[in-house]
Design a binder for this molecule. Structure first.
Ligand code: M6R
Length: 632
């Protein structure tokens, strides 16, 4: 939540910062702002609403040419795109926040939990606040700390700015990434991070700070991962990292293995549509090289022994939103393949219900961003209780994989649309691989059995391409459904989480009432919702799998149809048993039952995106949401 960019170098900072914000806008789009140091002046501009609003006033400012030294001339700058927490999404609450001396500007992601106390203290000292945010405290505190350091005889230098940031961070509670610039210290940007993302981009004669690497990917693919409670100071030719006490600290260098084009729309109207189309490749990439020469599944980072995995007697899968739905699918596969009891938990609930965890518990945390605060807090709780933690994550250098005992990265590439698509499918692939790995390590599956499932997984990308090649009727159906007051989704077994995911997508993007149900539960209450013409999307399992499961879902379709529902049936090609009860049928290629969500989810993604577009909504940036949820 909130996108942050900082630049120090020799080129004009404004364009670089704005380009970075454009790539980070998916993190929040309530307001945007920049602060640029020009000569020894600080120039700021900020505006409520999307980045385009800020760009408009910057263009007007440029045309008026009102500054002796224009905002476009400075070579040091910071920029922010906001998802509001403290204070509404207004101009005055937009970042940067400037200290009363007009020389220090600060941007922030996260929540400063002791801000009320700090604000009261500052107000008692005569500071007048100009916003409702917690961030403004940090701006005033940094400016005061700098003033005190100068009064004590310290000369202006980048290190002085870093020292002021260190002193302030020691007073802050909560989760935060902060970036600050000071007009008295041109050429330097200081950053601080605690429980909130911040990465460094290493350039030639210039360096970058950002919430994630997509902000600077077009300039450099060399990045540095920071640890918790660290301060980073960048100038054009240096990167200095310390802890909050000023002790030197090291970052971890990494190379980004995708390029700027991966984060562009590439001719699609929406990132989401592009990301849906990228799913076959994302699955193939996530599978690439997973089977070693000796037939074992390879994870990416393993700080767990095979014996640790053999000792596991219980598994919890913990995640939020779409990632949680992937965990629900994983439960079916993992229990079936390993015979280890497996529970799926919402990360935001996990630690509050005091789950029974010990050394022989494996907690699998799933997160596309690797920064979701609910999931991170659940992970930490699990580790405090001595459980082993294995992460499934799409973002290199993020906090969740770093704090886990083992990691399996999904190679989905950047997911920019707020609605998760390729992240979901690649999370499913990762879950299947983990289930197979556990089964193999524990001697329940032999190498050839594992290889057979991996072969089936490897066939999915082509099947998905075929499905996407004939998806047009789903788009037409979407236009037809755009005025429906409600849409229900039903499924059984792995089709149940698919139904939940279909409903989540529709709520999130089209702002329509939608609910997913276990098909067997309908008769226990929800069937009362069915009215004449109510659209019900039915996810039907393969008739080739467990026949009974298929027949039961077909019965459920008959039940809703008998009560007036308009049925939209997702079924395996060749399944003619559904035809008498389907108003619309969407066939997906044949695949084993457990792997079917890799296909059956996709028409539901397209349906939601197209209904949202038909209703005139922004498909990539739905209202009230942000991509990376770094508050609890
Ligand atoms: O980055 P994460 O995978 O941890 O994010 C979890 C959820 O916030 C995310 O999946 C959310 O539900 C999606 N916007 C749904 O499309």
């Amino acid at each position: 939540m909130c996108g942050i960019v900082g630049y120090a170098g020799a080129r004009p900072a404004l364009g670089i910062v704005l380009d970075g914000l454009r790539r980070l806008e998916y993190r929040g789009y309530d307001s945007a702002g920049v602060a640029i140091v020009c000569g020894d002046e600080l120039l700021t501009e900020k505006k409520a609403g999307k980045l385009a609003n800020l760009e408009k006033i910057l263009a007007e400012r440029d045309a008026a040419d009102c500054d002796a030294l224009g905002i476009g001339d400075g070579t040091t700058g910071i920029g922010h795109t906001r998802w509001a927490t403290h204070g509404g999404p207004t101009d005055r609450n937009a970042h940067p926040h400037v200290a009363r001396d007009g020389r220090v500007a600060v941007i922030h992601n996260g929540i400063i939990e002791n801000f009320a106390r700090l604000r009261a203290e500052l107000e008692a000292d005569g500071v007048q606040f100009t916003s409702d945010t917690d961030t403004e405290c940090a701006a005033h505190l940094i400016s005061i700390a700098l003033g005190q350091l100068r009064a004590a005889g310290h000369a202006d230098s980048p290190q002085l700015l870093a020292e002021a940031m260190r002193q302030v961070c020691q007073r802050l509670e909560g989760a935060f990434t902060l970036l600050a610039v000071d007009a008295g210290v041109p050429g330097a940007v200081v950053g601080a991070r605690r429980n909130s993302p911040l990465v460094v981009g290493r350039g030639q004669g210039e360096n970058y700070l950002a919430s994630d690497v997509s902000a600077f990917i077009e300039h450099t693919r060399d990045a540095v991962e920071l640890g918790q409670d660290q301060i980073v100071l960048i100038t054009g030719d240096s990167i200095e990292i310390t802890d909050f006490d000023g002790n030197p600290a090291a970052g971890k260098d990494f190379h980004i293995d995708w390029d700027a084009s991966a984060a562009e729309k590439g001719g699609y109207d929406w990132f989401m549509l592009k990301e849906i189309e990228e799913q076959p490749q994302a699955i193939a990439d996530t599978l690439l090289g997973r089977l070693t020469e000796t037939g074992e599944i390879a994870l990416d980072e393993v700080r767990l022994s095979d014996q640790d995995l053999r000792d596991v007697d219980k598994i919890f899968i913990v995640a939020c939103g779409t990632a949680y739905h992937s965990g629900m699918v994983a439960k079916y596969a993992i229990e079936h393949w390993t015979r280890i009891p497996c529970e799926v938990e919402l990360a935001s609930e996990f630690r509050y219900r005091d789950p029974v965890l010990d050394r022989s518990t494996l907690v699998v945390v799933i997160s596309q961003s690797g920064e979701t605060m609910d999931t991170l807090m659940a992970l930490r709780h699990a580790k405090e209780q001595k459980a082993r933690v294995l992460a499934i994550c799409n973002t290199n250098g993020s906090t969740i994989p770093r704090e886990s005992d083992a990691v399996l990265y999904t190679h989905g590439g950047p997911e920019i649309a707020v609605a998760s698509t390729k992240a979901f499918l690649t999370q499913l692939v990762a879950c299947y691989l983990i289930g197979l790995h556990l089964a193999q390590v524990r001697g329940i599956k032999f190498a050839d059995e594992v290889a057979a499932v991996v072969d089936q997984l490897q066939e999915v990308p082509d099947k998905l391409r075929e499905l996407l090649g004939r998806i047009e009727p789903v788009r037409e159906l979407a236009r037809d459904l755009k005025t429906a007051p409600t849409v229900l989704f039903i499924g059984r077994h792995v089709g149940y989480p698919v139904a939940l995911e279909g409903a989540l997508k529709l709520k999130e993007l089209a702002y329509m009432h939608a609910e997913g149900f276990a098909a067997g539960e309908l008769k226990h209450g929800p069937i009362a919702l069915i009215d004449q013409g109510t659209p019900v999307v039915c996810v039907v399992p393969s008739p080739a799998g467990r026949g009974m499961l298929h027949d039961k879902v077909v019965s459920n379709i008959q039940e809703v149809r008998a009560r007036g529902a308009r049925t939209i049936v997702i079924a395996e090609e060749g399944d003619e048993a559904v035809l008498p009860y389907a108003d619309h049928v969407i066939y997906v290629p044949r695949t084993p039952t457990l792997l079917a969500p890799l296909l059956t989810t996709v028409p539901l993604q397209v349906l939601a995106a197209e209904i949202a577009a038909a209703r005139g909504h922004d498909v990539d940036q739905p209202r009230n949401l942000a991509k990376s949820v770094t508050v609890e």
